[in-house]
Design a protein around this ligand. Structure first.
Ligand SMILES: NC(=O)c1ccc[n+]([C@@H]2O[C@H](COP(=O)([O-])OP(=O)(O)OC[C@H]3O[C@@H](n4cnc5c(N)ncnc54)[C@H](OP(=O)(O)O)[C@@H]3O)[C@@H](O)[C@H]2O)c1
Length: 260
């Protein structure tokens, strides 16, 4: 009997993860979607909206036991993973003292360690033609003051994904780092800390559905990066040509932050 073909999507109950879930739900090649996030109620609402193809798994991806649980589930199911979308992630805005040690490390745990762990447990079940889409960000292009840890995790995701893509060449699996600018999602509200010096401007903000559509298109074209919009493409080129010290100053000017 043919193996079941599945998509594994983390952060599936909100923002761009939810958009990927809607898009892959329409893909006839995908038999089942494994939707992962913590909030069970929002996961259930997603299943109620989209139907039986959605299988929900309420788990915190910063907890190692949950990664082991996912690994066991995949082993028992022995399905073929056509798509892995690593979208779970969060940020905190404000200067370094506005974010506790515990929260700072938890951001790294989810955005970097969780993403790597889910990727590694999924890879044995992926084969030629399969795709990994990892949520990076425009914030990966340069260091970003007042969201220093978040932007560092996104630089990690970009570098990890592009190198992994090369390593997976002989298996015919493609990895794409998705690098959007600001999107209208719950991330921004959740990132606020009440810090005096913080991020308050979100130029060129877009809705996550257009970013998800382009990302899937780019992944299917086997691109290792997906960048939506001219402004964000321009900032990528600028990050290659201009000193990052200058770009950080520009960032502070845009945010209206004086720090000298
Ligand atoms: N919004 C932007 O401006 C923007 C820009 C560039 C990149 N991104 C990236 O896009 C990705 C998705 O974010 P979003 O903007 O769509 O924000 P979002 O709406 O807040 O979605 C974040 C998702 O991550 C899940 N999540 C959070 N903590 C988790 C944990 N510990 N374990 C498992 N799941 C967890 C959330 O569900 P639960 O709370 O139920 O767990 C939610 O589904 C992130 O990686 C983010 O860095 C966002």
């Amino acid at each position: 009997m043919d193996k079941k073909r599945i998509a594994v999507i983390t952060g599936a109950n909100s923002g761009i993860g939810k958009e990927f879930t809607f898009l892959l739900n329409q893909d006839k090649n995908v038999d089942e979607i494994w939707a992962i996030a913590r909030d069970e109620q929002r996961l259930n609402e997603l299943r109620d909206t989209l139907g039986a193809k959605i299988h929900t798994f309420s788990m915190d991806l910063t907890v190692r036991e949950n990664i082991a649980f996912l690994e066991r589930l995949l082993r028992d199911e022995d399905a073929e993973i056509l798509y892995l979308v690593n979208s779970a992630g969060y940020a905190k805005f404000g200067d370094y003292s506005a974010v506790s040690v515990e929260t700072s490390l938890n951001i790294i745990d989810l955005n970097a360690c969780g993403l790597v762990a889910v990727t590694l447990v999924c890879l044995p079940y992926m084969s030629r033609g399969a795709h990994i889409l990892n949520m990076s960000s425009q914030a990966s292009f340069q260091p970003v003051p007042y969201q220093n840890i978040y932007s560092a995790t996104k630089a990690f995701v970009l570098s990890y994904t592009r190198a992994l893509n090369v390593e997976l060449n002989d298996r015919g699996i493609r990895a794409t780092a998705v690098c959007p600018g600001w999107m209208h999602t719950k991330l921004i509200e959740r990132a606020k800390t009440g810090a005096r010096k913080t991020i308050i401007k979100y130029p060129f903000i877009v809705s996550p559905d257009v970013v998800a559509k382009k990302a899937l298109k780019d992944a299917r074209k086997n691109k290792d990066m997906s960048i939506y919009g001219c402004a964000i493409k321009f900032s990528y080129v600028a990050s290659k040509l201009l000193p990052h010290r200058l770009l950080m100053k520009l960032w502070l000017m845009i945010q209206g932050i004086k720090n000298d």
